[in-house]
Design a protein around this ligand. Sequence first.
Ligand code: PEP
Length: 247
Amino acid sequence: MGRKFVVGGNWKMNGNKSQICDIVSFLKTGPLNPETEVIVGVPAIFLDYVRVNLPENIAIAAQNCYKVAKGAFTGEISPDMIKDVGVNWVILGHSERRQIFGETDELIAEKIAHALESGLKVIACIGETLQEREAGKTEEVVFRQTQAIACKIKDWTNVVVAYEPVWAIGTGKTASPQQAQEVHRALRQWFCDHVNASVGESIRIQYGGSVTAANCKELAAQPDIDGFLVGGASLKPEFVNIINAKQ
Ligand code: PEP
């Protein structure tokens, strides 16, 4: 069975209702390749607003959630709350959460496990820093991050992995299609060896890091790249071209 191409937008901490109307408008105008699954990652405060305004063929993701259902965790939101406003995805483990907010492999894995148990689908982000890449540690790092998740979950059906080299996020420096493909292939092999062949074959691995309309087609042509997670360009009309990269 083929892997459905999946493109996520990560708005990060950007936008207001007026800018959201512009984004909703270019997404509605499209046209969007119906063969591609589209998910937009929205700031928590706008999840409800965006769900009401976007057509159902576009899924919505929260950009974070906590590892338990409810309680005294000021400022956090739970998977149940996300689902309650009609949203069924969450992005977890983004490098900004890891680096700026100090989220560990273990916490991220706990959040992923709880989100899945609660019925959310997860975009699980992994990726190495420039220092780690230059030290030849790319595979070691992404395997360690993935292993931490594998220790806490058994079923990968509702997980999309986003390989996002930290040095490529928001920097304008994209991994070359060959660099990205090399890591994606290694990750798929890791899943075959450490989970099972069926997960290795079926798991979708997105590439993220300065994807634009100009570079998306060549990346999308790589055999182990199953979609993108897009930051800056997901706020602009060129996001439609990225969604349609396979056309
Ligand atoms: C991201 O935030 O996940 C990302 C890949 O950002 P950008 O596309 O801006 O590099």
